[in-house]
Ligand binder design. Structure first.
Ligand SMILES: Nc1ncnc2c1ncn2[C@@H]1O[C@H](COP(=O)(O)OP(=O)(O)OP(=O)(O)O)[C@@H](O)[C@H]1O
Ligand SMILES: [Mg+2]
Length: 471
């Protein structure tokens, strides 16, 4: 759930970026920033610092901001104003909009919405107070659990874009390390299986560091071939190689002042390991094909889901680099070792997805809880997210049941008490519904086509449509 609600805002906004002022179409506003759509082909760069000219309550206001995310010509610009300014400029606007709509932006219940919080769900709805705005905007990793907010809110919120959930001992320790490491400039090594939240942790360190206003640049060493990786990381001069028509700064330069996140560091080729180590000595380097020594003020965070020590033993990873990186390290536990967090997170994601999809699911059955607790979650948090998303989309029931959780049941550590997990009829019904739905969509409801696709008669198709409520 978002602590700062979004309100629809369909005005035109002007953005001053490297290409000058451009006009964009706003979609919605929150206390954090504004979502918009680019018009007429011009775009700003990801992470670019911009000025935003917005019309709030018939007054043109200029904000400072940063382009945060871009997808299909839609983007988000995050505001970079102090909390008092945000509460004065936007707080009133939000509070008025919520009062006028007469509906709580979180639980969607009708309410007079006149007080500080919604009478139904208890979430804050008056954003004219700077201290509330400050709490919301400062709410970062772990704070949710550390508990700055009242109990009923604390259990429901996480900061937009950096939701980081966890309360078990091992995750509390991770949050503690994040807080300790963030203010320093030393490299950090993050270890953990796939999907345990390594990138999320790297971002959290950046967000909590004094570098938070500068760029966070991520690069996956495993995804780029070795020869391109050097140019990508260190940049290149014009003519450095065929196709190098102009000078290009690399990721290190882009991350200047901020954080460079090297994912899958174990995949870094040996010759680049030497160059990286040299860079870490005095934070200077040269672009590929260049002689100029360039200095970059960059904080390095590296991550791997492999065993670096084993790579060192095999001669695939330099020992000196390994020791340089591992001074400050964080090990993320696999989800299966996070005790009560498995269920806590499942509830958190159920809440999040049911709101996104506007479904009125009330919770889990006992069998579902038992399955969540006893499944080994090899894909960790990413798998849990996907399983929850699918369950919320697929179910029409009030309670998510074990059969709604699409997991590999051979990876369940014990026989689940309730036998429903292995209930053949329920599984067949579920599969039948999925197939009938697919055939319905593909054939656009054409009964003859559906009958031939499903290999049944037309009367059976009618029965199936009725049974699964597809009409
Ligand atoms: N504790 C958590 N609370 C909420 N969401 C989480 C948590 N940990 C991970 N996630 C989410 O799970 C997904 C996977 O996390 P992330 O990409 O950080 O994992 P990773 O360890 O980098 O994975 P990989 O090794 O596959 O690159 C992301 O959507 C992330 O936001
Ligand atoms: Mg990752």
């Amino acid at each position: 759930m978002r602590l700062a609600p979004r309100v629809p805002y369909d005005g035109i906004m002007h953005i001053k970026c490297k290409v000058g002022w451009i006009k964009v179409q706003c979609e919605d506003l929150s206390l954090f920033g504004v979502k918009f759509r680019y018009l007429n082909g011009s775009t700003c760069e990801h992470h670019e610092w911009v000025k935003l000219k917005l019309n709030i309550d018939n007054r043109t206001t200029v904000f400072n901001g940063r382009i945060y995310r871009e997808e299909n010509r839609h983007a988000v610009a995050l505001f970079n104003e102090d909390d008092l300014t945000i509460s004065e400029l936007l707080g009133r606007f939000f509070t008025d909009r919520i009062r006028r709509s007469g509906r709580c932006p979180y639980c969607k219940e009708r309410c007079p919405c006149e007080g500080a919080s919604c009478p139904s769900c208890g979430m804050p709805i008056d954003f004219t107070q700077a201290d509330l705005v400050q709490t919301i905007r400062r709410l970062k990793v772990g704070d949710v659990i550390a508990g700055r907010l009242p109990e009923e809110v604390k259990s429901k919120v996480c900061e937009e874009n950096t939701d980081f959930v966890g309360s078990c001992e091992r995750m509390t320790r991770v949050f503690d390390l994040i807080r300790r490491f963030a203010p320093t400039d030393y490299p950090v090594l993050i270890l953990g299986e796939t999907g345990t939240g390594k990138e999320l942790t790297a971002r959290a360190i950046h967000e909590k560091s004094p570098r938070r206003e500068k760029a966070f640049i991520a690069i996956n060493c495993g995804a780029i071939p070795g020869e391109l990786l050097e140019a990508e990381l260190f940049g290149y001069e014009k003519g450095a190689f065929t196709g190098a028509h102009r000078r290009k700064p690399g990721k290190i330069e882009q991350a200047n002042g901020g954080t460079l996140f090297l994912d899958e560091i174990g995949e870094l080729p040996l010759e680049l390991q030497v160059k990286l180590l040299r860079f870490l000595e005095d934070y200077t380097f040269s672009r590929v094909g260049g002689n100029e020594t360039i200095k970059a003020d960059v904080r390095l965070i590296a991550a791997t889901n492999g065993d670096l020590r084993e790579l060192v033993r095999k001669g695939k990873f330099r020992e000196d680099l390994y020791y340089r990186l591992k001074v400050l390290s964080i090990e993320l536990p696999p989800l299966r070792d996070r005790g009560e967090d498995k269920v806590l997170m499942a509830k958190y994601f159920l809440e999040k997805f049911k709101r996104e999809q506007e479904k009125s699911i009330e919770g889990f059955t006992d069998e579902a809880i038992e399955l969540i607790e006893n499944y080994s979650w090899p894909g960790n948090v990413r798998e849990l997210i996907n399983v929850m998303k699918k369950a919320v989309v697929m179910t029409d029931k009030r309670f998510i049941d074990a059969v709604d959780l699409d997991v590999d049941t051979s990876k369940v550590s014990k026989n689940i008490g309730g036998q429903r997990l292995f209930n053949l009829k329920e599984h067949m019904d579920k599969l039948e519904k999925e197939l009938v739905e697919k055939a319905f969509n593909v054939s656009k409801g054409n009964i003859s086509k559906m009958a031939s696709m499903l290999g049944v008669s037309r009367p059976t198709v009618y029965k199936l449509i009725e049974k699964h409520n597809l009409a």
